[in-house]
Design a protein around this ligand. Structure first.
Ligand code: ADP
Ligand code: MG
Length: 251
């Protein structure tokens, strides 16, 4: 489990996160929702220690991350940023980079086996020798997820991994993420913009606005009132086949 207590963060004196309290539990997909600029990416960066909060603390399984070495944090947290700098390595070598926190002197047999097994789990072993610039958007997102999995992290922080993906690729990625959380007891915190996708695949929800947490909890908190408050749009939520579905409803 990863949690933030009373987190405050500023960029150059401009306050971005205020009084942020969140906890993401094991085996759950936690959707982080909110408009652009709400502080979602900043929160993920504070959770994995890339950014140092001005106040408050981040705990991983009860340990203050300030007491952990970066290499140890890398074994615990797999982070997929919103913007990835494209590299021109092969898929296999890129995923192998996920093993870096474990490597002593070079690549071991176990590292290679783990990379092979992760590629198989995600169904992308056929892409092994392709270069990253030869992949489709959906394939690339799976490869980036594979690298985080090769890290054998128990916590995955995913920043808008479904952006620019077609519908099927979005479903595949969300399904995989959900399976990983539920079957391997991994904690997933994922920023998504599509509330219907979140409602379909996530277990827990956190709404952010202006650097603050507006609401958090299970599906029941996802109401039209909360969406209107957070996004300033008029919506309705209807159940279809037992699944809540959000409908944009300006009139
Ligand atoms: P979100 O991911 O919810 O869209 P971000 O966490 O990226 O929001 O950004 C929150 C706020 O912090 C925005 O107002 C953004 O302009 C500002 N911000 C983000 N990164 C930086 C930076 N490196 N320097 C200064 N301000 C930043
Ligand atoms: Mg962001």
């Amino acid at each position: 489990m990863i949690e933030a207590r009373d987190l405050e963060f500023s960029y150059n004196g401009v306050s971005i996160l205020e009084n942020v309290d969140v906890e993401f539990k094991e085996g759950k997909v936690n959707a982080i929702l909110g408009p652009n600029g709400a502080g979602k990416s900043t929160l993920l960066k504070c959770l994995n220690g890339i950014l140092k909060p001005k106040r408050g603390c981040v705990y991983i399984n009860g340990s203050d991350i300030r007491r952990l070495k970066l290499k140890d944090i890398a074994k615990l947290i797999g982070y997929v940023p919103q913007k990835n700098n494209p590299v021109l390595t092969t898929v296999f070598d890129y995923v192998l980079l996920g093993r870096k926190p474990y490597m002593g002197f070079g690549v071991g047999r176990k590292d290679l086996e783990i990379v092979e097994s992760v590629l198989k789990t995600l169904g992308i072993e056929k892409l092994s020798l392709k270069r990253l610039n030869q992949l489709s958007g959906g394939e690339l997102q799976k490869v980036i997820l594979a690298r985080a999995l090769a890290q054998e992290a128990k916590i995955l922080l995913l920043d808008e991994p479904t952006n620019n993906l077609d519908l099927k690729s979005q479903f595949e990625l969300m399904n995989l993420t959900r399976k990983l959380a539920h079957e391997r007891n991994i904690t997933v915190a994922i920023v998504v913009h599509d509330i219907n996708i979140a409602l379909r695949f996530a277990d827990e929800f956190v709404f952010m606005k202006d650097g603050k947490i507006v609401a958090k909890g299970d599906r029941k908190i996802v109401t039209s009132e909360i969406i209107e408050r957070v996004y300033d749009v008029r919506v309705k939520i209807k159940e279809i086949s037992g699944i809540p579905v959000l409908i944009y409803s300006p009139f």
